[in-house]
Ligand binder design. Structure first.
Ligand code: ZN
Length: 337
């Protein structure tokens, strides 16, 4: 970098302009690559449960940088003209992030999809605008309320100070919850603060989700069961899990029965997270979202219900594994859910 010291002001500026131009071109190429990886679901093959996690952990992007690139890559699909604007510098990742969030908000509030034509028009409207003007333009074009940002700050004891704005409807819903849960809050938390109410609601949601993942896994298991008989009780082809407590095998050694809730609980307790492994790198997914019980060797090709043939997979990897096994064309929409 000492060579820079010897450059004239004009040379320095010309060089910088040239590099910025190259940087924008490179950004477009990166987005095209992300778009292709997204369509191939390559991150699932590499044992990541989402494209976001793949970009953060495999490529070292910060969370917000990864999210902006994913949003931009997905919008590029519908508005190919964005490519030119990114390269020219009249559209940047912050603007695309604002655009993507505004479209999601509009679709959520109206329950209707924003069309590709509307998206193209929105891109034209925000071209060459600042982030603030982009926000205003989008709020106006999509008739969105201007929202205040949420503030959050980690304090010295690792607690979080959170400042949020609630709509009138959200506030009333939460007040209603607070009234209904008054006795539980008093009984379990000895107070009726908002923090205690959020904790109570989160506990209930997590319990419900956990129960649902149990139910979903039995559906997945049922869908994989074929008329094929599982006669071979001692399947030596099945890999032994490194942490297989004997007592789990003791309760699941009946091959002809479907999994019991007790077995599912034991396997979830043993594995604790998604065990999908990328055979190339050895990486294990480890997602704890939407966990389901999977047969390593599927029931329909002779796999049994013994603990060493069972593993925990996240919902995405369970569907991905099944699609691959069944030779199905992966339905990108199903996987993105
Ligand atoms: Zn997974």
């Amino acid at each position: 970098m000492h060579a820079l010291k010897r450059l004239s002001n004009l040379e320095l500026e010309t060089n910088l302009k040239d590099f910025v131009q190259k940087e924008r071109k490179l950004l477009h190429v990166i987005l095209e690559h992300i778009k292709e990886i997204d369509s191939r679901k390559l991150y699932l093959e590499r044992a990541y449960s989402s494209l976001y996690e793949y970009l953060v952990k495999e490529f070292g992007y910060s969370g917000s940088a990864a999210m902006r690139r994913i949003e931009a890559a997905r919008l590029l699909n519908e508005v190919p003209a964005m490519a030119q604007k990114i390269q020219e510098g009249s559209l940047n990742l912050s603007q695309i992030g604002e655009l993507s969030r505004s479209i999601k908000e509009k679709e959520k509030t109206t329950g209707q999809k924003v069309s590709s034509l509307q998206k193209r028009e929105l891109v034209a409207k925000i071209e060459s605008k600042t982030t603030l003007d982009t926000q205003k333009e989008l709020a106006l074009a999509l008739d969105l309320p201007v929202k205040e940002f949420e503030k959050q700050k980690i304090q010295q004891n690792e607690s979080l100070r959170l400042e949020i704005t609630l709509s009138k409807e959200q506030y009333q819903k939460l007040l209603q919850c607070k009234d209904l849960a008054a006795h539980l809050l008093e009984q379990n938390h000895k107070d009726s603060s908002w923090a205690s109410l959020f904790e109570l609601l989160a506990d209930q949601y997590l319990r419900k989700t956990f129960r649902q993942s149990d139910t979903e896994s039995s559906k997945v298991v049922a869908s994989k069961v074929d008329t094929t008989k599982n006669a071979n009780a001692d399947d030596t082809a099945v890999q032994t899990n490194s942490v297989t407590p004997c007592k789990i095998d003791a309760v699941v050694n009946d091959y002809n029965k479907t999994l019991t809730p007790k077995t599912r609980r034991l396997i979830l307790k043993r594995d604790t997270c998604c065990q999908y492994r990328d055979l190339q790198t050895g990486k294990i997914c480890q997602s704890t979202y939407g966990l389901q019980i999977d047969h390593k060797t599927s029931r329909w090709i002779g796999g049994g219900n013994e603990a060493r043939n069972l593993q925990v997979l996240c919902g995405k990897h369970n569907r991905y594994k099944y699609s691959k096994e069944a030779g199905l064309v992966i339905n990108a929409r199903n996987l993105r859910r």
